[in-house]
Write a protein that binds this ligand. Structure first.
Ligand SMILES: [Zn+2]
Length: 208
């Protein structure tokens, strides 16, 4: 069967294939393409990528996602970006345009990391689970980059991306003088957040 493909669709296919080859990040949840906010005219923005994917009828979403600050940057704040994400189950829609994708998806390792980076947040009334808005490439960052993103324990420098040692899960235990600044600490260094929960409960005037 020969399918007529409109020139604008062909053009979208060419752009998408080269964008994915250059900056696609694949893990257990699917494919992600990150763009820094205000990345400049020389690079396709998340909106450009989204338009092309619409033309190719590939379902996707755009989420806000942060990357570690660059070592050379004056600001130590995380870099804000937008990430175009295609769920693993929807990658089949990409295969007709990019046949190599089929094997790439089949080759995703069983223990590949997921998109979410979950942390525990002690509150006065209990423990809450929160997800950090990180770019899908966080598992691939070097330890130095993870440190810049404050994904290591603020007390002992343990790399909190491991999620293997149950005694060292990430807890968001903030300094009393900086209640708005996220501060991750491993479970071992904060008694699994229990002390912080009691401190907050006492502050709120509730019996702990
Ligand atoms: Zn620690």
């Amino acid at each position: 069967m020969t399918v007529e493909v409109a020139p604008e669709v062909r053009a979208a296919q060419r752009r998408i294939v080269s964008t994915i080859n250059a900056s696609g990040r694949l893990n257990a949840d699917g494919l992600a393409l990150w763009r820094e906010v205000n990345c400049g005219e020389w690079k396709a923005t998340a909106a450009d990528i989204s338009r092309d994917l619409d033309l190719l009828q590939v379902p996707h979403t755009i989420v806000t996602a942060f990357r570690f600050p660059l070592a050379t940057a004056y600001s130590k704040a995380m870099r804000e970006g937008e990430e175009v994400r295609i769920l693993r189950k929807d990658l089949a829609h990409l295969v007709p345009w990019m046949p190599s994708m089929e094997q790439t998806v089949a080759d995703i390792p069983e223990d590949a990391p997921h998109w979410d980076f979950t942390v525990f947040q002690p509150r006065a009334d209990g423990m809450v689970i929160a997800k950090l808005a990180l770019s899908a490439e966080w598992p691939a960052w070097s330890k130095k980059q993870a440190r810049a993103a404050r994904l290591v324990c603020a007390e002992c420098d343990y790399d909190l991306r491991e999620f293997k040692d149950e005694a060292r899960m990430p807890f968001d235990v903030r300094l009393p003088e900086r209640p708005k600044a996220r501060r991750l600490v491993c479970g071992q260094c904060c008694n699994d957040g229990v002390d912080e929960m009691e401190r907050l409960a006492a502050l709120a005037g509730k019996p702990s």
